[in-house]
Design a protein around this ligand. Structure first.
Ligand code: SAH
Length: 290
């Protein structure tokens, strides 16, 4: 069988949206290749895919309508013979050590016993493998900030990776929400897979759903790895989820948009404690001071 290897060269801000386009076109998964401006999202489509490279290019260019900058939006296609590429992307997705204590691994790979806390994921159609720089920045921040028994909220949980990490790092209870019902399902399955389903509550929705699940409680830590605009818009709601001296880890922020997010968080009452960078992505650590 022949496979169509599709490489989409696009702006970093569009990587998640491009991933969704490729999955919707029938890809079993995607791989990010290259660095900086040479980065591409790669997927393999079956030979008789009803979706052409031109359709994909049109959809990538169409992201402008959502205020995303698709960059070069160049789609290149290569035919690949006789290899089971539907399984092959999984070979690219290998265990990944993150920070000092975490190891993220795909469900289908076995690893030798490790000193690290192993998080096992099947990302399915949801975003969040640990490979994206924003996810890695958040995992590193969680490793530093989660304290035993505390309450953590994960807004935009995707595969559930950050919620699971928080629980495995000792959080007493974790509330995880996502507006995408498919992500909610994948996150629930991943929580079960990691044995943290009794401490992680996953629900469809956003900050209001998290508020409802917390009931009268307030979180010690809130993590939101979404997009700059979304975080800027929900700054006040994120603030309200936290108890005084509670900490927000906000990522998914492309460098150009970081000043906007900082301003919006400060306006909501946060003090910015740190700004961390990985390639063009930023992660802000902010504290609710009052
Ligand atoms: N937390 C994961 C996934 C991040 S991708 C990780 O760090 O890798 C961002 C997720 O946020 C997506 O699953 C998307 O569906 C969700 N999302 C987007 N806007 C949202 C909103 N307003 N409220 C809650 N979730 C949102």
């Amino acid at each position: 069988m022949r496979w169509m290897k599709v490489a989409v060269h696009t702006g970093a801000e569009c990587e998640e949206a491009v991933t969704q386009i490729l999955l919707a076109a029938g890809a079993q998964g995607v791989v990010l290749e290259g660095d900086g401006s040479r980065r591409a999202v790669i997927a393999y489509l079956p030979e008789h895919s009803p979706v052409s490279a031109v359709d994909i290019e049109q959809q990538v260019l169409g992201l402008q309508r959502y205020g995303l900058e698709p960059g070069p939006a160049r789609v290149s296609v290569e035919w690949v013979q006789d290899e089971d590429w539907a399984e092959s992307w999984k070979r690219h997705y290998q265990p990944l050590a993150i920070g000092r204590r975490l190891l993220v691994k795909p469900a289908w790979v076995l690893v030798p016993p490790s000193e690290r806390i192993v998080i096992e994921l099947d990302p399915g159609m949801a975003f969040g493998t640990g490979y994206h720089p924003t996810t890695a920045l958040c995992l590193e921040a969680l490793e530093e900030l989660v304290r035993a028994g505390e309450t953590v909220v994960d807004v935009g949980t995707g595969s559930g990776i950050l919620a699971i990490a928080a629980a495995r790092l000792g959080a007493g209870s974790v509330v995880a929400v996502d507006i995408d019902p498919q992500a909610v399902q994948v996150a629930r399955e991943n929580c079960r897979r990691n044995g943290v389903h009794e401490r992680v509550w996953v629900a469809a929705g956003s900050t209001a759903a998290a508020r409802a699940l917390l009931a009268e409680h307030q979180a010690h830590l809130v993590v939101a790895n979404i997009l700059a605009d979304v975080i800027a818009d929900m700054a006040g709601d994120l603030y309200a989820l936290l108890r005084p001296r509670g900490v927000l880890v906000a990522s998914g922020i492309i460098d150009d948009a970081c000043p906007l997010v900082r301003r919006s968080l400060e306006r909501a009452g946060f003090s910015i404690r740190d700004e961390r960078a990985r390639s063009e992505w930023r992660c802000l650590i902010a504290e609710r001071t009052a």
